[in-house]
Design a protein around this ligand. Structure first.
Ligand code: SF4
Length: 361
């Protein structure tokens, strides 16, 4: 697994610091920390005359990374890895829903890091896509909108992918949304069933489906590009075909439907036995959903499905989606001809309780 935090020697700072680690600068920006010395398992970067010592055997792998150093801490956070297409900023760990499969269970407290995140995106690689997730980022929508306006002003080349539960927009927010460049934002919004009662049960919030419908329409009216996201579980596998019908009939603003396999972490780990649906044994619920959505012209993609678990006719819809820092393959995969195209497994995937039919191709 690629480390997202690295050990450092503490810096004498009183405010959080965001810098870009650079090995060989052609042009130096004031926010660049230049590599000045390598030791045995360490690399020293110059930060305005101070030395930031990072404990690493591979300084080259950090070249161009945008990192956050918090006063008094002995670790740095790699906020944006220059070599990765999977960079996500965790806006908050607060959330008003309690989804049965939540990979990032909510916490009560929030630390506002928007200023640091703005510093970070200003240093991001050209044309990068930055994910903004939580928790629920729109619980802090005033700050989020301010952040987006400034980020888009400074870096019009960047794209953002905002993951939101679609519960926190009001009529007056439409003006804020119209102020944004919506062409560079993809709004990823979960929907788990067409039946309100099932969706509400999965997200742990009565009335959530009804609010979601209002806010999908609200986003659509402002020109938002919407990616609807559905995690496949035992709770909804038999309802996916109906969901496909509902989306294609009632959600004209949806640009893509992402159907995802479960990640064994957070609440999903606690609820794994009850909710994991082994689609390597029975893919019918998913294939029915795909047939409906594609038949109606809605782009549809499968996330987190190992290729051999999917019937051949549907493999073309699989995306290699598991982020590089949490991806693994099994011993079975070693000689598989599909490995280079396959998403593999989450680092924490429980092989003994996972897919029954994983077979090298
Ligand atoms: S055997 Fe492994 S690499 Fe091959 S398709 Fe299956 S999961 Fe992917």
């Amino acid at each position: 697994m690629i480390p997202l935090q690295l050990k450092i020697d503490p810096l004498p700072i009183v405010e959080p610091l965001v810098v870009r680690l650079v090995l060989n600068p052609s042009i130096k920006s004031p926010s660049d920390a230049i590599l000045v010395a390598r030791g045995d398992g360490t690399a020293d970067f110059d930060v305005g005359g101070f030395s930031l010592r990072v404990h690493t055997n591979d300084p080259a792998s950090l070249d161009g990374d945008v990192v956050l150093v918090i006063p008094g801490r002995r670790t740095l956070h790699r906020l944006i890895r220059a070599s990765s297409p999977h960079n996500t900023l965790l806006i908050t760990e607060q959330c008003d829903q309690l989804c049965v499969m939540c990979s990032q269970p909510p916490k009560q407290y929030h630390t506002d890091m928007f200023d640091q995140f703005l510093d970070a995106v200003r240093l991001a690689p050209v044309d990068a896509t930055i994910g903004l997730s939580g928790g629920e980022p729109l619980l802090h929508k005033k700050r989020l909108f301010e952040f987006l306006v400034k980020a888009q002003n400074h870096r019009p080349d960047l794209r953002f992918h905002i993951l939101t539960n679609g519960q926190h927009l009001l009529a007056e927010d439409e003006a804020h949304l119209r102020y944004l460049d919506m062409t560079s934002i993809l709004w990823g919004i979960p929907i788990y069933a067409a039946e309100g009662e099932i969706h509400d049960r999965i997200v742990g919030k009565v009335g959530a489906f009804s609010i979601l419908q209002e806010n999908l329409a609200r986003l659509g009216r402002t020109g938002a590009a919407i990616e609807l996201r559905t995690v496949v579980m035992q709770s909804n596998i038999d309802h996916l075909e109906r969901l496909g019908e509902y989306i294609t009939l009632n959600q004209p603003f949806a640009q893509v439907w992402a159907i995802m396999q479960l990640e064994n972490i957070g609440y999903a780990r606690m609820n794994w036995t009850k909710e994991f649906s082994d689609t390597s044994l029975s893919f019918e619920g998913v294939s029915q959903a795909i047939n409906i959505s594609l038949g109606k012209g809605l782009a549809t993609a499968l996330y987190n499905f190992p290729l051999c678990s999917v019937p051949e006719a549907y493999r073309r819809y699989c995306v290699a989606s598991i982020s590089d820092w949490k991806q693994k393959f099994l011993a079975t995969c070693e000689n598989c001809s599909l490995k280079s195209k396959c998403t593999g497994f989450f680092e924490w995937y429980p092989e003994e309780r996972g897919f029954k039919k994983i077979i090298a191709q």
